[in-house]
Design a protein around this ligand. Structure first.
Ligand code: ADP
Ligand code: MG
Length: 697
């Protein structure tokens, strides 16, 4: 790094040395992760507004998402019953007035004054009249003329005490000095193949766009760079893991596996056969396996995993199969017990709640008795559990474990060799997206459903059909079946959710479902109480399970034939699909009923669920509508986060970035060539992992 000569601006210059940034502002900038001039230049607007997107206030309707520009007529702070203070403003344009509310942000009183012109965007709600709930706003100041004047406005991520306006001013003030310091370091041929502009052009376009289209073209260059970096890290990690050869080289003896295949009551689907072949290929190779097996609910992942387990066992190794909850672990143990019965092999269950016999068996596992198949929860990685000869680790619903938990099992060594790892996931995502997210893994897809599974009849029914729907549920139960009734989580309000479900539970018990055995499952129960309720349902002691929380993914109650979902519009499509996967698991015809009066937009969205049972199609539609975070419900640990790129929206760009990364590494695996030196630096600067993967010298 070049030492900073006094007064000379470099990209490494701390922001405190920039005009317009004093110690207080520098502190605030830190909150946005802006420490240096470079960070400021890379603080990219997250969206743009121009006159074409601004609406007239009078035309706004409840339920819409809109952008308006208006002059502040009045402001005030209102306390709510919950003790939250809401900053409110009334804004006016030539067409009319609207109230704007910022709950929990009373400090805005110091930033928004009467007669300021605001550019606001967010959903329009009904609250004593129309009210705008701004996701973001720009204070255009007092003298703004109430239009965006044909300008394209860059909207930056801001923080309390540091408005978008101040940030925009700061970037604007330094842009001309900073841009000449930026050089393109990617080969021109690569940029041409990707169809993106050079770095200086891109940075100029994102900060000072002539049009929204130009800004987005600039953004694509930065997104490409981010995706390229992630793919380089993935592919390099993958290559090094292959080279390390510290895995176990299993021999495909076809002893247990052949007997297993012969004893199966069905033949494998093409996708299962292909996945088994891919997995056996990994197991018999000297490198460790790191494979993700993706398949929709009911695609038959367990059978594939058992094949892998048997290969390890016929080589005299132990296998550990870890699931996120006790219930799931028990269920896996039961399924595997049935599958392996013809071979006279029984899995050992290792969970927090062990009986005496299980404890003895678990102790034998620890003592290194081989071969064995241990199925359990994270109890498998807790202290005291030792495997003498662990050859394979299988992790179900892998995204529900932390990186450390996933890693712990893999650290068991047998004569210096570490076990192979098979991860499983029931949230199927398109292949190219999987490669962006989990590119250091190999991916096997179960994209074919086993034959003989009855389709689940799915229907959207209005409120007026409630009595008929409940009558149907009743008849199913009277015919010996079981049913789920699911309520959505009301955001920010566990109390309201609980009340809604409790009330409904009481109404159902007293009215339409009187005389049936109902149980209520909700988030306020302890995990033991939840388990107990699920167990009673599984064992047939409960006819109808009323649940507020999402029912355990993967729970298998074949006798359940009805999934009734209340307020379906409040669920994501993937969530609905997972819920639907809880039925149709037995021999009887099953039904998924989405009940409620939903708006036309919601109805259109829910039609995806009614129309298709293909989890990939559902996931794709869901991703397009709601974005990455929501698909998984939470941020996944160990998955790359992107500041600029959006792995779904930028799917094509990501494919191009992956091809570019592969070509680059084929040519220069450690990026040591002089022409790749800067790229190596970018990687090391931005990604901690790169320090290990692309060492200098
Ligand atoms: P997943 O774990 O992917 O949700 P499972 O492994 O639990 O799916 O399989 C779902 C059901 O389908 C199980 O009852 C299983 O025995 C059955 N099954 C799996 N593979 C096949 C197949 N090839 N043909 C018929 N049934 C199958
Ligand atoms: Mg399963």
């Amino acid at each position: 790094m070049t030492p900073r000569a006094a007064g000379r601006l470099t990209l490494e210059t701390p922001v405190t040395y920039l005009t317009g940034v004093g110690p207080r502002r520098a502190e605030l900038l830190k909150r946005l992760n802006i420490f240096t001039a470079r960070d400021l230049l890379w603080h990219i607007p997250h969206r743009y507004e121009d006159a074409t997107t601004v609406r007239r206030i009078a035309t706004l309707r409840v339920g819409e998402d809109a952008t308006v520009i208006g002059t502040v007529v009045s402001t005030g702070i209102l306390p709510t019953r919950k003790g939250l203070r809401v900053f409110q403003a009334v804004v006016r344009d030539a067409s009319g007035l609207i109230e704007v509310a910022w709950p929990g942000q009373p400090w805005l009183e110091r930033q928004i004054a009467k007669e300021d012109v605001l550019l606001l965007s967010g959903p329009v709600r009904f609250f004593h009249g129309r009210q705008l709930a701004p996701r973001e706003f720009v204070n255009l100041g007092k003298d703004a003329d109430g239009t965006s004047g044909g300008r394209v406005l860059a909207v930056y991520g801001a923080t309390e005490g540091l408005s978008v306006k101040v940030l925009r001013g700061l970037v604007e003030a330094h842009l001309d000095a900073l841009l000449p310091l930026v050089e393109e370091y990617l080969p021109a041929s690569m940029l041409a193949a990707a169809g993106v502009p050079t770095l200086p052009e891109a940075l100029a376009a994102v900060h000072r766009p002539t049009s929204v289209a130009a800004a987005l073209a600039g953004r694509s260059r930065l997104a490409f760079e981010e995706l390229l970096c992630v793919h380089l890290l993935h592919r390099r990690a993958h290559a090094l893991a292959q080279e390390a050869q510290d895995g176990i080289r299993f021999v495909n003896r076809r002893d247990l596996t052949s007997r297993f295949r012969a004893a199966l009551p069905f033949t494998l689907t093409g996708a299962q056969t292909r996945s088994v072949r891919e997995i056996v290929g990994d197991l018999t190779a000297p490198a460790r396996m790191h494979r993700l097996l993706q398949g929709d609910v009911g695609a038959g992942k367990t059978v594939v995993a058992v094949f892998a387990a048997l290969v390890a066992m016929e080589n005299g190794y132990q296998v550990a199969c870890m699931a996120p909850t006790e219930l799931l672990a028990e269920q896996h143990a039961r399924t595997i017990t049935t599958l392996l019965a013809p071979l006279g092999i029984a899995p050992v269950l290792v969970t927090g709640r062990l009986g005496a016999a299980a404890r003895r068996a678990a102790a034998a596992t620890r003592a290194g008795e081989v071969p064995c198949l241990a199925v359990g929860t994270h109890a498998l990685v807790q202290e005291g559990v030792r495997f003498g000869r662990l050859g394979l680790v299988i992790i179900d619903e892998q995204h529900r474990f932390g990186v450390d938990q996933r890693r712990a099992l893999g650290e068991h060594r047998t004569a210096g060799r570490r076990p192979d790892v098979l991860l499983m996931s029931a949230t199927p995502i398109p292949r190219s997206l999987a490669l962006t997210m989990y590119g250091d893994l190999d991916v096997s897809l179960l994209d074919e459903r086993p034959p003989g599974r009855l389709p689940v009849t799915t229907a959207l029914r209005p409120e007026s059909a409630r009595a008929r729907v409940l009558g149907f549920v009743r008849r199913q139960v009277e015919a010996g079946r079981q049913a789920y009734v699911v309520y959505p989580l009301v955001e920010d309000s566990a109390k309201v959710t609980l009340k809604a479900a409790t009330t409904a539970f009481e109404e159902l018990s007293a009215g339409p479902l009187a005389g049936l055995r109902l149980a209520l499952l909700h988030g306020k129960l302890s995990s033991e109480e939840k388990d107990a309720v699920m167990r009673r349902f599984r064992d047939g002691a409960v006819d109808v399970l009323v649940a507020t929380t999402v029912i355990e993914v993967g729970i298998d109650v074949p006798n359940a034939t009805v999934m009734l979902i209340e307020h379906p519009e409040r669920f994501g499509l993937s969530q609905l699909h997972q819920l639907r996967g809880r039925v149709g698991r037995g021999a009887a015809e099953s039904f998924c009923i989405l009940l409620g009066d939903v708006g036309p937009e919601a109805a259109e969205r829910l039609q995806v669920i009614v129309d298709t049972e293909d989890g990939f199609e559902v996931a794709r539609a869901d991703l397009a509508l709601r974005g990455m975070g929501d698909l998984f419900g939470e941020r996944q640990s160990g998955v790359p986060t992107f500041r600029i790129a959006d792995p779904l929206r930028d799917e094509a760009l990501s494919d191009r970035a992956r091809e570019a990364a592969e070509r680059l590494l084929a040519d220069d695996p450690a990026l040591t060539r002089p022409s790749h030196r800067q790229l190596g630096e970018v990687l090391r600067r931005n990604y901690g992992r790169a320090l290990e993967l692309f060492r200098v010298g």
